[in-house]
Design a protein around this ligand. Structure first.
Ligand SMILES: Cc1ncc(COP(=O)(O)O)c(C=O)c1O
Length: 375
C-alpha cells in the first residue's frame, strides 16, 4: 500500500525512530533531512518555518512556541551578558517587559529610543550595543517605520536590525529586503489568522544566524508543537488573500470613521492624512493592513456604551483574526505604562483599537454606526 497525502499529516510524536546506526549517522550528516526528537525539529514546524522563510525572502527560519519566544531568540542570537540593546520606544509591551524585566537580570542592558531620534541614533550606540529592535507598524498609533533608512543607519553604526513584522505581514512589507537582519512574527496574529493558535517565527537574512537561532530554540526549549505548527501552516496558505481583504476593509472602515461626527481622530496608514502615508504606500505596496485606532470622547462611559451597543464586534484583546474585534489599549496592552507615557503616546480614555476582519465591509460599518450612535 502506498499512501501519499496531499497535505503534510500531523507528526504528533515527541521522538523518531532509527533503523540502525547508519540511520543515526545520516541524521547528523544531513541536517534537515531526518528527524530525531521533536524539540530539535519536527516536519510540521519545519514546514511552517520554510513557508514563512519563502514569504519573507530569508535564508532560514525557525518556528517557536510564541511571538515572545521568537523575540527572545532574536535577542539571544546577537546579545550576551554585558551587551547593550536598543529598542524603539513605541514597542509591544511584552517586548519591553522581556527586555527591561527579564533580559536585564541576565546582564543585557536596554535603552529605549524615542521616535524623534530613531533615524539618527545620535548618542545611543555604545561599543557594546548589538542590535536595535523595532516594529514595522506600531501599536496602537499605527506609526510606520522607515525600515530602509533605519537599516542603513544600523549598518553604519555596526549594529543589527531586528524587526517585529507582526502588524504588516510579509504580504505588506518584507523587512529583510529593506536591510533588516532578523524578522520575527507573532504567528498568533496574521500568519495563522484564525485566532486559534499561539506561535512565533524568526527569519534570518544570513543562514548562519538562522542556524544559531535554531540552536537557541532547541536548547531553551522554545519549539512549537506539531499540531500548532500544522494549524499555522494551514492558515498561512490563505495569508495573501486575507491580507488583501483586511486591507480593503481597513481602508473602508477608516474612511467611514473619519467622516463620523463622534469620531475625533483616526489612525490608519492608508488615510492620506496619516503622517507616514507616503512611506506606508511605498513600503507596503499599496496595502495598509487591517489594524487601526480611533478616538471618541475621552469618557469611560462613552467607551462602555459603544462596546455594549456593538452586535457583531467583540472586545477581545488580541488582533488579526478573520473576524473583527476591538481592543482597548489603555486597559490592556498599555496598562502598565505611567500616565505620562500613555499621554505622550496619545493613549487616552477614548482611544479604541480595531482589528478589521474579512467580513462584508458594509456589515462592519453598520455595526460601528450602531456603536457610535449609542455614545
Ligand atoms: C507586535 C507583537 N509582537 C509580539 C507579540 C507577542 O506574541 P505572542 O502573544 O504570540 O507571544 C504580540 C502580541 O500581541 C504583538 O502584538
Amino acid at each position: 500500500m502506498s499512501i501519499s497525502p496531499k497535505i503534510t499529516p500531523i507528526y504528533q510524536t515527541s521522538v523518531f525512530t532509527f533503523e540502525d546506526l547508519n540511520a543515526l549517522e545520516a541524521y547528523f550528516q544531513e541536517p534537515g533531512q531526518h528527524y530525531m526528537y521533536t524539540r530539535y525539529g519536527n516536519p510540521n514546524s519545519e514546514e511552517l518555518a520554510q513557508e514563512v522563510n519563502k514569504l519573507e525572502h530569508g535564508q532560514g527560519a525557525v518556528a517557536t512556541s510564541s511571538g515572545m519566544s521568537a523575540i527572545l531568540t532574536a535577542v539571544l542570537v546577537y546579545a550576551k551578558a554585558g551587551d547593550h540593546v536598543l529598542c524603539a520606544e513605541e514597542i509591544y509591551g511584552g517586548s519591553s517587559s522581556l527586555l527591561s524585566n527579564e533580559l536585564s537580570r541576565l546582564g543585557v542592558e536596554v535603552t529605549y529610543v524615542p521616535t524623534a531620534d530613531t533615524y539618527s541614533l545620535a548618542g545611543y550606540v555604545r561599543e557594546n550595543t548589538k542590535l536595535f529592535l523595532a516594529e514595522t507598524i506600531s501599536n496602537p498609533m499605527m506609526m510606520v517605520m522607515d525600515l530602509a533608512q533605519l537599516a542603513q543607519k544600523c549598518q553604519a553604526k555596526g549594529i543589527k536590525l531586528v524587526v517585529d513584522n507582526t502588524f504588516a505581514s510579509p504580504v505588506i512589507t518584507r523587512p529583510l529586503e529593506l536591510g533588516a537582519d532578523l524578522v520575527i512574527h507573532s504567528v498568533t496574529k496574521y500568519l495563522s489568522g484564525h485566532s486559534d493558535v499561539t506561535a512565533g517565527v524568526l527569519i534570518a537574512k544570513e543562514a548562519e544566524d538562522a542556524a544559531r537561532a535554531a540552536q537557541i530554540m532547541r536548547t531553551w526549549g522554545l519549539n512549537l508543537s506539531p499540531f500548532e505548527s500544522w494549524l499555522a501552516a494551514r492558515g498561512l496558505k490563505t495569508l495573501k488573500l486575507r491580507m488583501r481583504e483586511h486591507s480593503a476593509n481597513g481602508l473602508a472602515v477608516a474612511q467611514f470613521l473619519q467622516q463620523h461626527p463622534k469620531v475625533q481622530a483616526v489612525f490608519y496608514p492608508g488615510l492620506a492624512e496619516h503622517p507616514q502615508h507616503d512611506l506606508a504606500q511605498k513600503q507596503g505596496n499599496g496595502l495598509y493592513g487591517g489594524m487601526l485606532s480611533f478616538r471618541i470622547a475621552d469618557e469611560t462611559e462613552a467607551v462602555n456604551r459603544f462596546m455594549k451597543a456593538l452586535s457583531h464586534i467583540p472586545f477581545a484583546p488580541s488582533l488579526a483574526g478573520v473576524t473583527t474585534s476591538i481592543s482597548y489599549p489603555l486597559g490592556t496592552s498599555h496598562r502598565g505604562l505611567t500616565q505620562e507615557q500613555q499621554e505622550k503616546m496619545g493613549i487616552t480614555v477614548g482611544l479604541i483599537r480595531l482589528s478589521v476582519g474579512i467580513e462584508d465591509a458594509q456589515e462592519l460599518i453598520a455595526d460601528l454606526e450602531k456603536g457610535l450612535a449609542a455614545i
